[in-house]
Write a protein that binds this ligand. Structure first.
Ligand SMILES: Nc1ncnc2c1ncn2[C@@H]1O[C@H](COP(=O)(O)OP(=O)(O)OP(=O)(O)O)[C@@H](O)[C@H]1O
Length: 264
């Protein structure tokens, strides 16, 4: 069980000129600070997949980076199976597998070496690493390129190796930031099947996405964030029922209500 309560994170704005026009108009900009995440709460149980939705700049990546301990929250609580993540980041790192959109692979290492390196960081033995990589190579369809240097990998190859690297230590919770962005149909299907498999093994998965068909196919729960605040957090059935099964309409209706609230 993972529970996120009232997360908040602001960033100091070093140079206001570097903000986009949209950010300059955003009510989250207050003086020298941009309050990227203001009040985000959601929860996800064993074996559930949660889809984190929101428009560009809503605060999804910031939330997931806090969850994975890559960023420190200003306020709020993250509990994983009774452990306080924000107070015990080292324990939390062992429990969480995090795919970030920005962490690159080491180009001079092969795919296998990139994954094995993370296994070593997590304290796995050489034997454990080898058998786990074999298993992941199968699940993510990586055999044909695993022993090539990563520098010339396609986007799909890179993403598969990055996912394998994130889950080498069999984490209790898997957090994926836009795992299918930029992937072709085949690679997307492989990643979706992989998430499905984690789910069937009972591992909770939280992933951000802009693809509602992925939500339809995989998710048990949906959380919508807008302007740094949770605007919807419930089952996929409840989300779907907002607009007679049309998830795009459900999403838009949550955002419309959110804007009405923002104005009020
Ligand atoms: N280190 C930072 N310093 C200043 N502002 C930041 C920083 N990181 C994020 N932000 C701002 O916080 C807001 C939320 O960003 P975030 O990346 O969390 O959004 P997102 O929902 O993941 O968006 P997208 O769907 O475009 O990936 C954005 O306006 C972003 O520019």
């Amino acid at each position: 069980m993972i529970e996120i309560k009232h997360l908040a994170k602001k960033f100091a704005v070093e140079n206001p000129k570097k903000l986009s026009e949209q950010e300059r108009k955003d009510p989250r900009l207050q003086g020298r600070f941009f309050h990227s995440v203001k009040d985000v709460s959601f929860s996800c149980k064993q074996g559930e997949v949660l889809g984190l939705l929101g428009p560009n700049g809503a605060g999804k990546t910031t939330t997931l980076r806090i969850l994975s301990t890559a960023l420190k929250a200003d306020a709020g609580q993250v509990m994983i199976n009774g452990h306080n993540v924000l107070e015990n980041p080292l324990i939390a790192r062992k429990k969480i597998g995090f795919l970030s959109g920005t962490t690159g692979l080491y180009g001079r290492l092969t795919g296998r070496e990139n994954i094995a390196y993370f296994g070593q960081l997590h304290g796995l033995t050489a034997g454990e690493i080898a058998s786990r990589i074999d298993e992941l190579a199968n699940l993510l369809d990586m055999q044909s390129f695993l022993d090539r240097r990563a520098e010339n990998f396609s986007t799909g190859m890179k993403q598969k190796v990055s996912i394998a690297r994130a889950v080498i230590h069999q984490p209790e919770l898997v957090v994926l930031d836009e795992p299918t962005t930029g992937l072709d149909i085949m690679a997307t299907a492989t990643v979706m099947e992989f998430i499905q498999r984690l789910k069937s093994q009972g591992t909770p998965v939280i992933f951000s996405t802009h693809h509602l068909d992925e939500v339809q196919e995989l998710c048990d729960r949906v959380t919508v964030i807008d302007q740094g605040e949770t605007r919807f957090d419930d089952t996929v059935e409840a989300f779907s029922a907002l607009a007679d099964g049309k998830l795009h309409q459900s999403f838009l209706s949550v955002l419309n209500q959110s804007q009405v609230k923002g104005v009020a």
